[in-house]
Design a protein around this ligand. Structure first.
Ligand SMILES: Nc1ncnc2c1ncn2[C@@H]1O[C@H](COP(=O)(O)OP(=O)(O)O)[C@@H](O)[C@H]1O
Ligand SMILES: O=P(O)(O)OC[C@H]1O[C@](O)(COP(=O)(O)O)[C@@H](O)[C@@H]1O
Length: 303
């Protein structure tokens, strides 16, 4: 089974405003609410690609109910820990450019946190766990490490898509995949990345630090995949961007879904690229047919 863990789910409230004026009254042209949070997005795309998945994490309040109901209506298995506080709402403002306001997240009580750690003790070496996104500030700062120690003890393969301390502390445990975008890669090493050579250098560094596979995603410019013995460059298909929220999560899902079924790293990378772009070209996350259509237009070469 492929589990996703979303410590900080969200409702993504996507609002379109023409010619946004800060400090003025603006009227929205359209708005929609989507279940969000990185692991939840990964589960939604895995499900589109007919890959069995269960979404775990913390969920609470009326906002949490919205997410659980949506996932259940889509037929996606969930096994969330119910919390006393409300799941957050993140604002995605579309005007001439895309602006995001992400909330820090709800309060997680000690017993709620313990309940998730207990669940993490039940995974086996046949499972893959995808840990994605930020942590609500009320969790101990080493919470990802606490989860990973449990996976490592049971030889569970894990993917981690987060930033800062959570990512850093995971590397000695050899995550199967990490997927920083270029900005996150630069932040991790506290550098500016202005050339391809620099991106190649720091991508390789992530492998040296312990990751088994690293995808450095670059939005419309595609992505680089680093393995322990090769580097691949992926070119994304061109298209009209409608809503790129969740493109990175879709890429992780496409990669893991294909790797899980074929075991082929290059095909997995192609599916990741197609899934990311298909989401960027959709209002909501991508649908299976859109992903498969774009797959024919993805190009991957070994550097
Ligand atoms: N504007 C775009 N055009 C085509 N593909 C895109 C675009 N934005 C994202 N993608 C696809 O989705 C992948 C992940 O997007 P990116 O924005 O880099 O990740 P994140 O959402 O994590 O910041 C990219 O590598 C690419 O394959
Ligand atoms: O957990 P974080 O880092 O605060 O991010 C949460 C946000 O990221 C998303 O999962 C989208 O992520 P990506 O665009 O990186 O794929 C949104 O659905 C959500 O609002």
């Amino acid at each position: 089974m492929i589990y996703t863990v979303t410590l900080n789910p969200s409702i993504d409230y996507v609002v379109q405003v023409e010619n946004l004026q800060l400090g003025e009254l603006n009227h929205s042209l359209s708005n929609f609410k989507l279940p969000g949070g990185k692991g939840i997005n990964v589960s939604r795309i895995l499900h589109q690609l007919n890959t069995d998945t269960t979404a775990l994490g913390f969920i609470g309040g009326f906002t949490g109910e919205f997410i659980t109901n949506w996932l259940q209506q889509d037929g996606i298995r969930t096994d969330f820990i119910t919390i006393g506080d409300d799941t957050r709402i993140n604002i995605k403002l579309k005007s001439d450019s895309e602006t995001e306001i992400n909330d820090r997240g709800p309060t997680i009580r000690e017993e709620e946190a313990q309940a998730l750690l207990k669940k993490a003790e039940n995974f086996t070496a046949n499972d893959i766990v995808i840990l994605s996104g930020s942590m609500p500030p009320s969790l101990p700062s080493d919470f990802y490490k606490q989860l990973i120690e449990r996976f490592s003890a049971a030889n569970v393969q894990f993917v981690i898509d987060t930033t800062g301390k959570g990512l850093k502390s995971s590397l000695p445990y050899q995550p199967f995949l990490i997927k920083p975008n270029v900005k996150e890669l630069a932040q991790f090493f506290n550098v500016t990345l202005e050339s391809n050579e620099a991106i190649l250098h720091y991508g390789k560094q992530m492998i040296n630090l312990g990751a088994q596979h690293v995808i450095v995603s670059m939005a419309g410019d595609g992505a680089l995949l680093f393995t322990r013995d090769a580097i691949y460059q992926g070119i994304s298909p061109k298209g009209t961007v409608r809503n790129s929220v969740g493109a990175g999560d879709s890429m992780v899902a496409g990669f893991i879904s294909e790797y899980h079924s074929s075991g082929d790293i290059e095909s997995a990378f192609k599916m990741g690229l197609a899934s990311g772009s298909a989401t960027a070209f959709s209002d909501d996350l991508a649908k299976k047919n859109d992903i498969l259509q774009l797959l024919e237009h993805v190009e991957v070469s070994r550097l």
